[in-house]
Design a protein. Structure first.
Length: 394
């Protein structure tokens, strides 16, 4: 185990994004391929021998072109910004092939209009889809009157409903993409704000000290060699100011690096969910009065435990509890992280747990970690003056 969170634990789902690996590609192909069930009737019609050789070859070529255009349109354009020329051109090809094939080869080909409706709902803007989908259904019904009115009437509702359902799916994907972009923007703004805060703090910490050091250095230079005693006093003052500035910078950096328990709890929920682990989290704790060193130690313990769950344990469930307990050593704030995994392959405590134990002892607390009957449990305790329970598992 390590104290650093891996980026893999924080990756979000790829809804509305192009597939980033083979697994996502297979999932997307499977989702799109489910709709190809409506091709069973045209394929069966082609292999039945009811048509002439020329009609069969033409039908096979037309069906291949139809499926290729459909997959290209839905796979590449779904959830993407509307591209009028490309999208409308591909939908027009589908809109020509579907009625031509259905009119020429019979009612078994009416199912192609389902794909036209799906393509309209998934790729067109909502206002355009609202009239394109009913139009597709009307054309299907008119073509079906020639061969099988009853089947056309039965498919009409399906064509319209599936088309409008895909409008909702398309809107959901577009909204997800927009939310992802908004989240990235918020993260960038937060990073910029943090950099500005760091710049302000460093200016406040070092601006006065560095100005004073510069001034006294100039004074010391003017006093030499005529007044060495006064120059030595100025140099001593410079040393004192620089030492204090170094202390201030170290304290500031320590504050920046110190993790916060509330932030770690929020990050834990995201990390476990992204890793496919069902998480039971405590309510947002009230940490007023908890020493910063104790809170920081618990935050490190939570980070270490969750890193182990995500990377090594193979668990699918994780319980996180934060409780105030009265012990023989006084009131303690206790963090418990329990999972149903293996706890890793190591035979003893790793460097992460060893360093974490030292960190907890420095904060006046303790750490217990080990396998239990159905998994692994880590319990960290720090002194706390908080009265009552500060949160428990859901």
């Amino acid at each position: 185990m390590t104290e650093d969170r891996t980026a893999d634990a924080w990756q979000d789902t790829a809804m509305g994004q192009p597939p980033r690996n083979r697994r996502e590609l297979r999932v997307k192909l499977l989702w799109i391929g489910v709709w190809l069930v409506f091709l069973s009737s045209p394929v069966e019609d082609l292999t039945s021998g009811r048509h002439t050789t020329g009609a069969t070859v033409a039908g096979a070529l037309g069906l291949t072109a139809f499926v290729g255009v459909y997959l290209s349109l839905v796979f590449r354009r779904m959830g993407k910004p509307f591209s009028p020329r490309l999208t409308v051109s591909l939908i027009a090809v589908l809109g020509v092939l579907a009625p031509v094939l259905a009119y020429s080869l019979g009612s078994a080909w009416l199912g192609l209009f389902v794909y036209v409706s799906v393509a309209c709902g998934a790729t067109l803007p909502v206002p355009a889809a609202y009239w394109a989908i009913p139009t597709t259904g009307a054309v299907m019904y008119l073509v079906g009157l020639r061969s099988n009115e009853k089947e056309a009437r039965g498919l009409l509702l399906l064509v319209v409903l599936i088309g409008f359902a895909m409008v909702g799916v398309g809107q959901l994907i577009r909204t997800t993409v927009e939310l992802r972009k908004a989240r990235a923007t918020v993260a960038q703004l937060a990073a910029n704000e943090e950099r500005l805060r760091l710049a302000r703090d460093l200016h406040d910490l070092l601006g006065h000290s560095l100005s004073l050091i510069t001034l006294k250095s100039e004074l010391a230079g003017r006093m030499l060699p005529g007044h060495p005693d006064k120059a030595a006093q100025q140099i001593a003052d410079i040393e004192q100011v620089s030492r204090q500035a170094l202390v201030d910078v170290r304290e500031a950096v320590t504050g920046y690096r110190r993790p916060r328990l509330a932030a770690e709890l929020a990050g834990t929920q995201v990390a476990l969910t992204a890793a496919g682990v069902t998480a039971e989290m405590p309510a947002e704790p009230d940490l007023a009065g908890v020493p910063e060193e104790a809170e920081s130690a618990l935050a490190w313990a939570l980070r270490e435990a969750v890193t182990n769950v995500v990377r090594h344990s193979g668990a699918d469930k994780c319980l996180v509890q934060l409780t105030q307990r009265q012990t023989l050593d006084g009131p303690m704030l206790e963090l418990c992280v329990e999972d149903n995994g293996s706890g890793g392959s190591g035979s003893g405590p790793g460097n992460g747990l060893t360093g974490l134990t030292e960190r907890m002892e420095k904060a006046g607390g303790s750490l217990e970690a080990g396998r239990i009957k159905h998994g692994f449990r880590l319990v960290a305790r720090v002194p706390s003056p908080l009265p009552g329970d500060v949160g428990s598992g859901a």
